[in-house]
Ligand binder design. Structure first.
Ligand SMILES: NC(=O)c1ccc[n+]([C@@H]2O[C@H](COP(=O)([O-])OP(=O)(O)OC[C@H]3O[C@@H](n4cnc5c(N)ncnc54)[C@H](OP(=O)(O)O)[C@@H]3O)[C@@H](O)[C@H]2O)c1
Length: 344
């Protein structure tokens, strides 16, 4: 696939779109991406649990209450589900059955072998059959996979070890509100009103070394998702993937420190040259970058600190940062929809 195939533009402006979960952090981002691409606001229908309105870049988008009968949603050319897993689980198959194209941002169908899990730059070709339901990947996985796919193409991947530094907004609007409230409190200011914290411990001025529930084997849900989804997206069922996922007091952008082994030797300079040419990736020469604060609101995955590992010519390390609300969620979903329409 070519970059134009997954870029939302004028040729999509006649398409009707629906965003379910439009009032959440990924829903608002998705509406903003469509509007910024010139999509007519009257062809962006927004739904949430309760009705109201969104103000996105000074444009008002009305929000309707989610209809109890999904048939009205199935009439849109594409439906983006920016909803909790259980809501997507109930809604997506019904919409797909009714013939709608559905891009689901939740984790509900990512492990379903019948549902494609897509990062267009890597495996967009799996959309050629115009599937009705497509799963959007876990935010950290999407960000890590873009540079990992470049390594795989150059020298084959043998083993990947990831440490993630994940923003508070990765836990939705409640995560961001909690970070802001706790930061105000730590400065002696009133905390303000907000939803209950989604975190198991204070997040302001802290780090929490596990994301989502931790299983009996000590692995977190997020770590299991990263391993499974990295293998599925890269098409490498035997790839060794190990991670530690950490929540940090950052507003948006997930960062990953990646250490890996390749099948054949790969020089850091060769990897940098390939990263510079790869779509969706921006190379960062700053030896103290990339960083989440400077990457917020951007579409690219920023990659830097490429260096040889200590385990010989097949070992390498890099650091990558991506806005998880964009490439890790809403932007990737819009790119998937664009790619679905590419040949139609
Ligand atoms: N945040 C991220 O970085 C990120 C990244 C990748 C994937 N995701 C996934 O994307 C999905 C949305 O996440 P988010 O972070 O945007 O969450 P969020 O900020 O908590 O927003 C959730 C949205 O879902 C709506 N909703 C909740 N229950 C609903 C129901 N029963 N019927 C209809 N709408 C309902 C909410 O509407 P109300 O406002 O009316 O309650 C809100 O619009 C989740 O599955 C999440 O795992 C998130």
């Amino acid at each position: 696939m070519k970059v134009e195939d997954w870029t939302w533009g004028a040729r999509h402006h006649a398409r009707s779109t629906a965003i379910v979960g439009a009032t959440g952090v990924t829903g608002v981002e998705l509406a903003a991406i469509l509007l910024d691409a010139g999509h007519p606001p009257e062809r962006i229908a927004c739904y949430a649990r309760t009705d109201g309105a969104l103000n996105v870049h000074g444009r008002r988008l009305p929000v309707a209450q989610m209809p109890s009968d999904p048939r009205s949603l199935a009439a849109y050319d594409v439906v983006f589900l920016c909803t909790p897993t259980e809501v997507s689980q109930a809604l997506a198959p019904r919409l797909a059955e009714l013939g709608a194209r559905v891009v689901d941002l939740s984790s509900a169908f990512r492990e379903d072998p019948a549902v494609p899990l897509v990062v267009p730059e890597i495996n967009g070709r799996v959309l050629a059959g115009d599937p009705r339901l497509v799963a959007n990947p876990n935010c950290t996985t999407a960000i890590a996979c873009l540079p990992l796919a470049v390594v795989e193409r150059l020298a084959g991947l043998e083993e990947v070890v990831i440490a993630s530094y994940q923003a508070a907004s990765g836990a939705g609007a409640a995560g961001l509100e909690t970070l802001h409230g706790e930061l105000r409190e730590s400065l002696g200011l009133p905390r303000g009103h907000g939803r209950p914290t989604p975190f198991p411990a204070p997040i302001a001025l802290n780090v929490i070394p596990a994301i989502s529930t931790v299983g009996e084997d000590g692995t977190s849900g997020e770590e299991r998702k990263i391993a499974f989804e990295t293998r599925k997206i890269l098409g490498l069922s035997g790839l060794l993937v190990e991670s530690t996922t950490v929540r940090v007091p950052v507003e948006r952008c997930h960062s990953v420190a990646v250490h890996l082994r390749t099948r054949t030797p790969l020089a850091p300079e060769a990897l940098v040259a390939a990263l510079r040419a790869a779509p969706g990736i921006a190379w960062v020469a700053d030896p103290h970058g990339p960083r989440p604060r400077e990457s917020a609101g951007r579409d690219e995955v920023f990659v830097g600190r490429v260096r040889a590992g200590a385990r010989g010519p097949t070992s390498l390390a890099f650091f990558a940062v991506g806005d998880q609300l964009r490439k890790g969620a809403a932007l990737n979903a819009v790119q998937v929809a664009a790619a679905l329409f590419a040949a139609r």
